[in-house]
Design a protein around this ligand. Structure first.
Ligand SMILES: [Zn+2]
Length: 458
């Protein structure tokens, strides 16, 4: 039997006139038997131990008009549509919610379990090779996880309680750009203090009618990789320790981590468990500073906008594909495989981009997958008067989305569509994003923001 913890804390007062109702639930998603972790290829064995449990958590919102939406956060590498899409469909069928009303976000944890539904998936750059028995253990975990996420979402909706919402921001210093130019002009992965990075820490507070904090949704735009591949242990990395510390500081409350656009950022320093606990404390301290200030009250109504955007891929010949080096060559090798088997290369990848507005007080933009920091920086610059929270790693994980400049420069963040890492069929699931991907992403996000504001698109 699955145990979903629901939180009624702080809801003892009468509910008349409450502007919001919020339902809260969380569930442990730590594997019950050791399985392979994901994020680094060097870890040969299933994980050795669990330092802290990993969780899936949900916040269900309902405004005065009855508009409802669920935000789900998970201490996992991603929310790949291949695994989470069917769960959303099941919830939509049962509840009548649309896909726009469900926002999934992963912490991009690199000390969490590999997910797969494909018995042929047995090793690549995201994880070390393993045998058939291990492949089936991972499939069992993934199916069980799907059931847990479904139960979690339903539990949050069944647990709506009167609440007040408010939000604010602070910042944290450990995120560091990781794209360094070598003297020859190529890009390698190393801390780059001069590169762009988004250090803002947004915080949404859910308070019960008795004034107690019930939930804290907070973000940070940085790879959740305080621990390198030398650590074969389950944790939630810095995001997990930050959640743990906040839940200790605010007993009865649930802390949920929502990733930002940190695809080109790594935490500094990257050391060991005690070091990553310190990163978590830094982030928890930033969140606490926000909670101790006068936060902006959030009024309704709750509105949703959602698009499947066609992200453009480069048109490349066989000869051009053979010129790529480094991790990008792993991608182009997959593309050559498609051509060798008589297939054609796709020209676009269809990706979910979403935005939610909470009245005039908060707009959450949910970019998919590994989106680099300048998407958040540039979108906020484009809409300086809009109360924006720009997040990444939402609703699908299919590789990095670079800016046009990053496409021109090259480097790991130009690796393109990598759903093959999760055992997806190669057909229509390969390609390197073209420079125009930046314009498409920014235009689609602008359309969603304008749709929420009832303004015509450009
Ligand atoms: Zn990543």
């Amino acid at each position: 039997m699955l145990i979903v913890i629901v939180c009624f804390f702080g809801t003892l007062m009468p509910s008349q006139g409450a502007e919001w109702k919020v339902g809260i639930a969380k569930i442990i998603i730590t594997p019950e038997v050791p399985i392979q972790l994901v994020g680094y290829s060097g870890r040969k064995d299933p994980f050795s131990n669990v330092d802290i449990d990993i969780y899936a958590k949900a916040l269900a919102f309902e405004d005065k008009q009855g508009h409802r939406g669920i935000i789900v956060t998970v201490d996992l590498v991603g929310v790949q549509d291949i695994f989470f899409g069917p769960v959303c469909n099941r919830v939509m069928k049962e509840t009548g919610l649309s896909r726009a009303q469900i926002m999934l976000n992963a912490s991009h944890n690199h000390t969490g379990p590999l997910m797969s539904l494909n018995p042929d998936l047995k090793g690549n750059i995201a994880h070390a090779p393993f045998n058939e028995a291990e492949a089936f253990r991972i499939i069992d975990y993934t199916k069980n996880l799907q059931e847990k996420i479904y139960q979690l979402m339903i539990a949050s909706l069944n647990n709506l309680q009167p609440a007040k919402l408010s939000w604010g921001t602070d910042h944290v210093n450990f995120p560091m750009n990781r794209r360094m130019k070598s003297p020859g002009g190529s890009i390698h992965m190393a801390p780059n203090p001069n590169g762009p990075v988004d250090r803002i820490v947004p915080v949404l507070k859910v308070t019960g009618t008795n004034g107690k904090i019930r939930a804290i949704l907070f973000g940070c735009a940085c790879h959740n990789t305080g621990l390198t591949g030398d650590h074969n242990v389950i944790t939630g990395d810095y995001a997990g320790y930050a959640q743990e510390q906040l839940e200790k500081r605010y007993p009865g409350a649930i802390a949920l981590f929502k990733s930002g656009c940190g695809a080109d950022a790594n935490p500094q320093p990257r050391t060991n468990i005690s070091g990553v606990r310190k990163l978590g404390a830094d982030l928890a301290n930033a969140v606490t500073r926000v909670l101790q200030t006068e936060m902006r009250p959030i009024h309704g109504e709750l509105k949703f906008a959602f698009q499947m955007a066609d992200l453009p891929l480069k048109k490349l010949t066989r000869d051009q594909l053979k010129t790529y080096k480094g991790t990008v060559a792993l991608m182009t090798t997959q593309m050559l495989k498609v051509l060798d088997s008589g297939g054609t290369l796709p020209t676009k990848y269809s990706a979910p981009i979403a935005a939610w507005s909470f009245g005039n007080d908060l707009t959450i933009v949910a970019f998919p997958t590994e989106t680099v920091s300048e998407y958040a920086i540039n979108l906020r610059a484009k809409y300086p008067d809009e109360p924006l929270w720009v997040s990444g790693y939402n609703n699908d994980l299919f590789g990095y989305i670079p800016t046009a400049k990053i496409v021109r420069e090259g480097g790991h963040e130009t690796i393109g569509v990598t759903t093959w890492l999760w055992g997806t069929d190669l057909k229509n699931q390969v390609g390197l994003f073209s420079e125009n991907v930046e314009k498409v992403m920014m235009d689609r996000a602008s359309e969603l923001i304008k749709e929420l504001n009832n303004k015509p698109s450009d």
